[in-house]
Design a protein around this ligand. Structure first.
Ligand SMILES: [Ca+2]
Ligand SMILES: [Ca+2]
Length: 154
């Protein structure tokens, strides 16, 4: 299966052309131009499955690097900066990779469909810049009193 079964070749073409210059890639704009912003969740899943090259359910950095090439074999690789930007735009849980629900959320935020207001609301996460290689694991040890977490860093 290829992306052209979901997206039109013309749309892919214009999306790729728009970000030919290094560091000009913008996920939101790309999703809009290639038409993905307007696609059904099923179609987005298909696209996700294609981008998830090794099929582990997540799009990792190396898969992001070849992101454009999945759309068009002759396209350039994303730069490290673009990969970081992509992750910070879509990686809601900051695990360094994009899960299926995250791609859906990013797509919705890009203006495709109505914002998600379904179960499991995860809105309200402060969108700061957590890009620069900080690796603080916000893991709560089991058995700690509930309510005391999420209190660091005002
Ligand atoms: Ca993967
Ligand atoms: Ca993630």
């Amino acid at each position: 299966m290829s992306l052209s079964s979901v997206l039109s070749a013309d749309a892919i073409d214009s999306a790729i052309k728009d970000c030919q210059a290094p560091d000009s890639f913008c996920p939101k704009k790309f999703f809009q131009l290639c038409g993905l912003a307007k696609k059904s969740p099923q179609d987005v899943k298909k696209v996700f499955g294609i981008l998830d090259n090794d099929g582990n359910g997540y799009i990792e950095e190396d898969e992001l690097k070849g992101f454009l090439q999945r759309f068009s074999p002759g396209a350039r690789a994303l730069t490290d900066k673009e990969i970081k930007g992509f992750l910070s735009a879509a990686d809601d849980d900051s695990d360094g990779r994009i899960g299926g629900d995250e791609v859906e959320g990013a797509r919705e935020r890009s203006g495709g469909l109505t914002p998600r207001a379904k179960s499991g609301t995860r809105l309200g996460k402060p969108v700061g810049n957590t890009s620069q290689g900080t690796h603080d694991e916000a893991v709560t040890p089991m058995g700690q009193e509930p309510g005391v977490v999420n209190r660091k860093e005002t």
